[in-house]
Ligand binder design. Structure first.
Ligand code: NDP
Length: 332
């Protein structure tokens, strides 16, 4: 493993993206988002993605010099056009528009469109909760998950994020795939020679397996059987047809086997709790629930692991496999 400080890892990512056709603004935004993931020890959205991102720009699909724009579609609906670039730069612009719109209306939605690889949901919802808002986010990806009872990939691993503001603590955040495992975790298991649980997916003929390579050839499964599959379907609709964006299988067709990150959309909904009837009491009321959860032995709040890691990594740095480090060096 290669140990890198977060600063050096950030510089490495920026340098690599600049060498592969991104301009400064797009490289900085994409690298910053990868470092947020690395800093929270979420390797599947960190430097692991960099070669994939570079292949997206090099194939001509991703616009490394994107200039995202926003448009007000209705009093409480803002549309962000990512200009075919990576998501983080546009999301930054969309965030400010969504906060303003939510404060005015009590509730507002941001339709994020025309972007590549909307990675993890927590950065968007967490920073909305940092502004005192409650937030949800959804995105589709490539077809990896079979519908309940089926064996062919159709839905993305479609994540959903939720955040709730807290007064004297970081926001309550959960962010989870609607599949039993995130795709990146299965790819990492395959790379590192680990097995995956039987619930993660099936082989090409629907056979049971714990081999991540066989799951990658077959189909992933929704978490909790048909319930996870229904959530994946809902997210396809919210982050696809609702906002005029691709379904997961349409995104794969658009990629046409080039193998870069998925193009698609994201729906972010924000609510201002101060406008829902208990402006004075909602924070303390929410804390009662968190206290009751934590009173039970064996519990923790979702997001708590992330905040613990985030405090450590500025000192410890991060580790990436030698093979990934060499691949990145080879891209520059
Ligand atoms: P995990 O299963 O690792 O975690 C899901 C959530 O559950 C997290 O918020 C986690 O909090 C929380 N959690 C975990 N264990 C506990 C526990 N014991 N008690 C309470 N809460 C707990 O996430 P996934 O593998 O499903 O997804 C990983 C990432 O991949 C996400 O960021 C997701 O957005 C992303 N993803 C992106 C996709 C895309 O197409 N763009 C597709 C699928 C996933 P904590 O962080 O504190 O551990």
């Amino acid at each position: 493993m290669v140990n890198l400080s977060l600063k050096d890892a950030h510089s490495l990512a920026v340098k690599c993206l600049l060498a592969n056709g991104c301009d400064e603004a797009n490289a900085e935004a994409a690298a910053g988002r990868m470092m947020q993931a690395e800093g929270d020890l979420c390797a599947s959205h960190g430097l692991f993605r960099l070669p994939w991102y570079c292949s997206g720009v090099n194939s001509g699909r991703v616009n490394g010099k994107a200039k995202p724009t926003i448009e007000q579609l209705a009093p409480a609906v803002v549309r962000l056009d990512g200009d075919g670039g990576f998501a983080p730069l546009g999301q930054e612009i969309g965030h400010h528009a969504l906060v303003e719109c939510t404060r005015q209306n009590g509730i507002a939605a941001l339709a994020v469109t025309n972007m590549f690889h909307i990675a993890a949901m927590w950065p968007e919802v967490e920073r909305l909760a940092d502004e005192g808002l409650c937030a949800m986010a959804f995105t589709a990806s490539y077809p990896y998950v079979a519908p309940a009872g089926g064996i062919k990939p159709l839905f993305g691993t479609n994540p959903m994020g939720f955040a709730w503001p807290r007064k004297d603590a970081p926001p309550l955040v959960f962010d989870q795939a609607s599949s039993a495992m995130a795709r990146g975790e299965i790819q990492i298991a395959a790379r590192d020679g680990h097995s995956v649980p039987e619930t993660a997916g099936i082989g090409p003929d629907g056979e049971t397996t714990t081999d991540p390579n066989v799951v990658l050839e077959g189909a992933q499964l929704g978490f909790g059987g048909y319930k996870g599959a229904s959530l994946a379907m809902m997210i396809e609709l919210l982050a696809g047809p609702l906002i005029g964006e691709f379904l997961s299988y349409e995104s794969a067709a658009d990629d046409a086997g080039k193998g870069g990150p998925p193009k698609g959309g994201e729906l972010i909904i924000a609510l201002d709790p101060a406008k829902f009837g208990d402006a004075e009491g909602f924070l303390a009321h929410g804390e009662k629930l968190f206290k009751a959860i934590l009173e039970q032995e064996g519990t923790r709040l979702p997001g708590a692991r992330r905040f613990i890691e985030r405090k450590k990594t500025p000192q410890t740095g991060i580790e990436i496999p030698d093979s990934l480090y060499d691949t990145i060096q080879g891209l520059m």
